[in-house]
Design a protein around this ligand. Structure first.
Ligand code: ADP
Length: 183
């Protein structure tokens, strides 16, 4: 397997695992959050449009995110495989991803769902202390996740392409359960 969608709430550890797996497997790590934060920092047109949404903990408009994923999937390293980390995040993005992959003749091999209880997520994010990691914004992001993103678990499960792993343990243990599933 070489094409993965990482699903899970904010703070579940998707990014940490994605970095390790992408390095080990020499595939692209595509984090929409990282790309958007870099755009905000560089004050590009994309970043200027995304900034307010991100500070509030709302999803950035689908069209903006879709465009950046499309461009990123066209880059050389992504031809070897990829991990989508933080995308898709709602039903419309999932449908658009199907279209996008169809157009380039690819499919995802597997969706990995990271499971972590809410109280643990809040503690982890408060410790991380990013700009959007204040308690109020964290709670809002968890609400957005529950309403808009969590339904994708059933969507990918119905395609029999979903594995759920326990993210409420240390980084090395999560990494080894991940390897066991996706070897
Ligand atoms: P976390 O997993 O901690 O929520 P991310 O880095 O994945 O962090 O996302 C941070 C913010 O970036 C989100 O709250 C949202 O505003 C924006 N974002 C990231 N990915 C998407 C996406 N696929 N669609 C819309 N907005 C996104």
């Amino acid at each position: 397997m070489k094409r993965f969608i990482f699903l899970g709430p904010p703070g579940a550890g998707k990014g940490t695992q994605a970095v390790q797996l992408s390095e080990g497997a020499a595939i692209a790590h595509i984090s929409t959050g990282d790309i958007l934060r870099a755009a905000v920092k560089a004050q590009t047109p994309l970043g200027m449009k995304a900034d307010d949404y991100m500070s509030r903990g709302d999803l950035v408009p689908d069209s903006l995110v879709l465009n950046l994923v499309k461009e990123r999937l066209a880059e050389a390293d992504a031809q070897e495989g990829w991990i989508l980390d933080g995308f898709p995040r709602n039903a419309a993005q999932a449908a658009s991803l199907d279209d996008l992959l169809g157009a380039i003749g690819q499919t995802s091999d597997c969706t990995v769902n990271f499971e972590v209880p809410d109280d643990v997520l809040v503690q982890r994010l408060l410790q991380r202390g990013r700009k959007d990691d204040t308690e109020a914004v964290i709670r809002h992001r968890l609400g957005v996740y529950r309403e808009q993103t969590a339904p994708l678990i059933d969507f990918y499960q119905s395609r029999q392409k979903l594995v759920s792993i326990d993210g409420n343990t240390d980084v090395a243990t999560v990494a080894s359960s991940l390897r066991a599933f996706i070897h």
